[in-house]
Design a protein around this ligand. Structure first.
Ligand code: URP
Ligand code: ZN
Ligand code: ZN
Length: 481
């Protein structure tokens, strides 16, 4: 009888640190051995000449998240994780969102019910804290952190989610005390409200005015404020979905002073620009613009270049999809407020869980902008470390889960929504060429995607409780200055 369930032979393995040739022996869903001439497995795959990378971890995506305003996300855990698997992502971390007036525990229980029996890749949950009552701060959050929900997002904008400054500081203090990671949505709500009112009063309602209502300044100011509060409390934070240079400068400034400030960016800030929100008030521009409305909005080409630089030079630690799936032709989706709705009534968010890795591999690694080890760090290893899943997830190492992707790097094709596996009726990346795509995705040693066929089973994906994030473990002394 073989000691391995599966052996991947002659793999060109990539971790965040190294590239090495090895056979990978897999037993009971874990990597049991790495070496040469391993014993024959019950199943064998020859990966000669192919890159074998840790499965992607998407540390920021929204599936089946209740919205409370009559809109509906197109992807649930069935279709969202199917799409993830087909694009090489083996673990997703969506958000259990607290509704005001309700407990965090209710959100977590509800979200487990939504995921149970549906996921085909592994999953963990972040929390969204929208109502930090004394009970939430003193009891619920500490208990949930201990139970494996050790990261939470807080919003500085959106009326139904945003916290005021004092609430932000209170939540950061809980994170510091218990070693959790806080993700900050950094946009200044009052500036946005003021600009929006003026734009609407002037009759500027088209999607392109979304970008004018949320200029870089509102993101820069909020990013600086978030960093200041993190410094005050002496706690690490991650600024999510950073869209351009000015916010990056704030992060770089803080990093340069030794603060533990981390950055996340997303494909929309590399591959979309404000022009995708429409260049005029035509119907076609409204439709295309609605598809690309997300916050912060895509910026200009110069900011796209700045984001590429930030991926390369270490401003950013994680690259996530921020998959927020609203269909365009769904009356509860992008057009929930009508086909010509004003920009402020169009649900924010775009899909991207399946295209995240092929886009970055093709246009980052294959075009020579990113080292392949950086790709692994940004899309898997750093994500696992940031959210307390490392080394179970995010690496190729003995003892780690056998979440692996064998890449086909000679697969030129344009992205077509018809080829994707989400339930959204469009992709904003339609027509963009990619040359790399996963040939095989393994979740704990089981194939969920192979040669163009989805093989996953609902319920195969398991909930992964998170430990304390490596960067957020309480320091023993000193302040964050
Ligand atoms: O527009 C976006 N990013 N929608 C998703 C929700 C969020 O703020 O991440
Ligand atoms: Zn956000
Ligand atoms: Zn998001």
């Amino acid at each position: 009888m073989s000691i391995f369930d599966l052996v991947i032979r002659n793999a060109r393995c990539v971790t965040a640190a190294d590239v090495f040739e090895a056979d990978i022996g897999i037993r009971d869903g874990r990597i049991a051995a790495l070496g040469r001439a391993l014993a024959v497995g019950r199943e064998e795959i020859d990966a000669a000449g192919r890159w074998v990378l840790p499965g992607g971890i998407d540390g920021h995506c929204h599936f089946d998240q209740p919205t409370g305003d009559g809109t509906r996300m197109a992807d649930d855990f069935l279709t969202g994780t199917r799409s993830a698997a087909c694009g090489g992502t083996t673990t997703i971390i969506p958000f259990a969102c607290q509704q005001r007036g309700h407990s965090l525990r209710e959100a977590v229980d509800d979200y487990h019910r939504r995921a149970d029996g549906k996921a085909s890749v592994d999953y963990a949950f972040h929390l969204i804290v929208s109502d930090p009552t004394p009970q939430v701060l003193a009891e619920e959050l500490p208990a949930l952190i201990r139970e494996g929900y050790s990261s939470f997002k807080i919003y500085m904008t959106y009326d139904d989610l945003k916290l005021d400054d004092r609430q932000i500081i209170d939540v950061l203090a809980v994170a510091r005390e218990h070693g959790a990671m806080v993700m900050m949505h950094a946009e200044n709500a009052d500036c946005i409200a003021w600009l929006t009112e003026r734009l609407l009063a002037a009759g500027h309602t088209a999607p392109r005015y979304h970008a004018e209502a949320r200029p870089m300044l509102v993101e820069r100011e909020a990013t600086h404020r978030a960093i200041s509060y993190a410094q005050l409390v002496d706690v690490p934070i991650l600024i999510v979905h950073v869209s351009g240079r000015e916010a990056m400068e704030q992060i770089r400034w803080a990093q340069g002073r030794g603060m533990r400030i981390y950055g996340e960016t997303c494909p929309q800030y590399l591959f979309l620009s404000a022009e995708d929100l429409g260049i005029d008030d035509s119907e076609a521009a409204h439709r295309r613009g609605s598809m690309c409305i997300c916050s912060p909005p895509p910026r200009d080409k110069g900011n796209q270049e700045a984001i590429w630089d930030g991926l390369e030079n270490g401003v950013f630690q994680v690259f996530s999809s921020d998959h927020a799936p609203f269909s365009i032709d769904d009356p509860q989706g992008k057009q929930a407020a009508g086909a010509k709705a004003s920009f402020d009534k169009i649900p924010n968010g775009i899909p991207g869980v399946e295209t995240r890795l092929p886009l970055l591999f093709s246009h980052g690694v294959q075009s020579g902008r990113l080292d392949i080890c950086q790709f692994v760090a940004l899309t898997a290893t750093n994500v696992a470390k940031t959210y307390g899943l490392y080394p179970r997830k995010g690496s190729i190492a003995v003892g780690s889960d056998a979440d692996l992707v064998i890449w086909d790097t000679h697969a030129p094709r344009p992205i077509r929504n018809a080829d994707l596996h989400h339930a959204v009726d469009y992709t904003p990346y339609e027509g963009i060429e990619v040359s790399a795509w996963p040939a095989l995705t393994l979740v704990r040693g089981q194939a969920v995607w192979r040669d163009g066929e989805f093989l996953g089973r609902p319920g195969q994906g398991q909930f992964q409780p998170c430990g304390l994030p490596a960067p957020a473990r309480p320091k023993t002394r000193g302040r964050n200055t």
